[in-house]
Design a binder for this molecule. Structure first.
Ligand SMILES: Cc1cc2nc3c(=O)[nH]c(=O)nc-3n(C[C@H](O)[C@H](O)[C@H](O)COP(=O)(O)O)c2cc1C
Length: 324
């Protein structure tokens, strides 16, 4: 069973993944937030940092591409291959954001199965790179999945990572677990499960539901409790001062926080930009503490490093983590 960090625009960027990798149970792969493929694409300096070995060291990073144009996909994939040494790329067929789906990209592409099939024909024909896909199970109806499974079964993809929600579900309700099971029956390619693994208990439940899944991908659960994999693996892993005590997880969280905060200060200019990134992370992480509401409010209201640091120090000093 492999463990992957989910791509999360604005959160799991190169700064975050480096800090995570050094502090917690390491992931087998880190997927970049989506990079939009464009005709005559040159990567922006932000995008270069996402995919370059200079900023990612030896971390197993998989660049993710968002597009519905096969030529643009292949061109961008080949930039990742030729300039940054990548052998695998991931296609985003899951993003539910209105600005993306309105252009027929991300999960919006799932609503045009014939076009999607032609697109996949072309990209699999025109590159020798390994292609993995991250997908939702349809746009509006569970029946969408049957057609999509038929399509996916035709391609030699490296892996299909499934977030079993429809586009219309956004992130609401319970994932449609039966649709993941359906994929296990009809597809031969390796399958990854993604969705709502927020605790050790949820992890165990998914392991029981999907014993044949090749990988689990973690998003919001790991951002909220970055020690989640340490807690899941505690019986088998001896790394990084591993211990199962809450006190030790809290200490590691503090170290991780300080590292991330420090690294953002080195990379971003101005208090505002650094605090913007940290506030985004805290919107997931604070609910993992007891009585967190007033601390989160203070963190969110902080305008300067001084007020921010005071709010974070009081949260760590006065409250406990709730555990995974
Ligand atoms: C703020 C945010 C940004 C996201 N950005 C991306 C992205 O760039 N590419 C992508 O494939 N999925 C993206 N996702 C979806 C996640 O990768 C993941 O599929 C989703 O959060 C469900 O998994 P989880 O329940 O473990 O969080 C994003 C989700 C959130 C909440």
């Amino acid at each position: 069973m492999k463990n992957y960090m989910a791509p999360m625009e604005g959160v799991t960027n190169w700064v975050y993944r480096n800090a995570y990798h050094d502090c917690f149970y390491p992931m087998d792969k880190y997927f970049t937030p989506f990079i939009t493929a464009k005709p005559n694409k040159r990567l922006s300096s932000k995008e270069i940092k996402e995919v370059s070995p200079e900023t990612n060291g030896s971390l197993p990073v998989i660049p993710q591409i968002l597009t519905n144009n096969a030529e643009d996909f292949v061109k961008t994939a080949h930039i990742f291959r030729d300039e940054y040494g990548h052998r695998e790329v991931n296609l985003n067929l899951g993003c539910p954001s209105g600005t993306v789906t309105a252009k027929g990209k991300g999960a919006g592409f799932l609503g045009e199965p014939e076009k999607l099939e032609r697109f996949l024909d072309e990209i699999f024909e025109h590159t020798d790179m390994e292609i993995s896909i991250k997908t939702r199970v349809g746009t509006d109806y569970e029946e969408d999945w049957d057609r999509l499974l038929e399509i996916y079964s035709r391609y030699p993809m490296k892996e299909l990572i499934i977030h079993p929600r429809l586009l219309k579900d956004y992130y609401k309700g319970t994932p449609r677990y039966e649709l993941f099971q359906k994929a296990q029956v009809s597809l031969k390619v390796p399958l990854g499960y993604n969705g709502d693994i927020f605790s050790v208990e949820a992890y165990q439940e998914m392991r029981e539901k999907f014993p044949e899944a090749d990988s689990f991908m973690y998003g919001r659960g790991v951002i909220a409790r970055p020690y989640l994999l340490d807690a899941i693996k505690k019986d088998t892993w001896e790394g990084c001062g591993s211990s199962d005590s809450m006190e030790s997880y809290k200490k590691k969280m503090r170290q991780f926080h300080d590292r991330l905060y420090h690294d953002y200060q080195g990379y971003l200019s101005g208090e505002r930009n650094v605090l913007f990134r940290m506030k985004e992370v805290w919107s997931y992480m604070a609910p993992g503490f007891t009585n967190y509401t007033k601390y989160l409010k203070k963190i969110k209201k902080s305008q300067h490093f001084g007020d921010y640091e005071a709010a974070v120090m009081s949260l760590f000093g006065e409250q406990e983590i709730t555990g995974a």
